[in-house]
Design a protein around this ligand. Sequence first.
Ligand SMILES: [Zn+2]
Length: 298
Amino acid sequence: MGRETLVTLLIMICGGLLLQLLAAWPSGVAADADPAALERQAWLALCRPVAFVLMSMSWLIGWALIEPDPVRDPLDPGVVLLLWLPFGLLFARAAVRAAWSLVREFPECGVSTFGLLQPRVVFSPFLARRLDEPEIRAALAHERAHARHRDPLRIWAAQIITDLQWPWPQAQRRLFHWLEALELARDEEARREGIAGTDLAAAVLASMRFIGELPAKQQTRLAGTQLVHARLIGNEKTLRHRVSRLLAPLPVPSGAVPLKLIGLRRTLLLLTPLMLAAMLLGVVYGQRIMQPLLGLTS
Ligand SMILES: [Zn+2]
């Protein structure tokens, strides 16, 4: 069997297995009063399993670097393919859903932010006519906060991670908690820019009414998990809690690390040396572990 083929299959088997095992990991998200800290915790809880997958992938690549090509007398290819099949199907399902969320017709949701690389705010003129100027400003401030943090891309990635952990309910819960915390964090960010909580609450409720009056077909398209865009209304199930927070005085900042400091760049800075170390371990110990495991001849 070709070395690259074998290592690709093994990466999918190990990655899929790790994601399934780690899916049951409790989220450990504390009910923090600070929405920014809550969002950060929920995001890390959601992404944590991916870090382990990247480590195992790096280790296997390290092993493959010193393994002769083609791999001599590996474990029966039929057995490897059989082990790969459930994870291959899971990966295919996640890939199809991710692709579908990108190409499907964009649902009408009043005001929302979409675009993976260059997020844009879309504001329905029919909704705008129902709002006064401070409410429009409030809705735009909330959506611009989504755009600043590239939330459509993060929502899309979060959905893929959750799909790869299907059908575990814990993974769905982590996604739900993160989306809930995300809306609270963006509300607070808009309010810290000077937006009144009452204006934002009014805009959210007007959006809900607007969507409630849409034809049933359009409402069906909106149902289900958010896949690739951030909306003003967020999750309808948590609306009461969100509006009550908006009407309460703005809490004093907790002094937590600003969200942008744990963004993509910092994550890569943290992960890259760890992945290189895992790859080095794969180079040094890979053959010793993999040869008996796969029945390879030296
Ligand atoms: Zn939102």
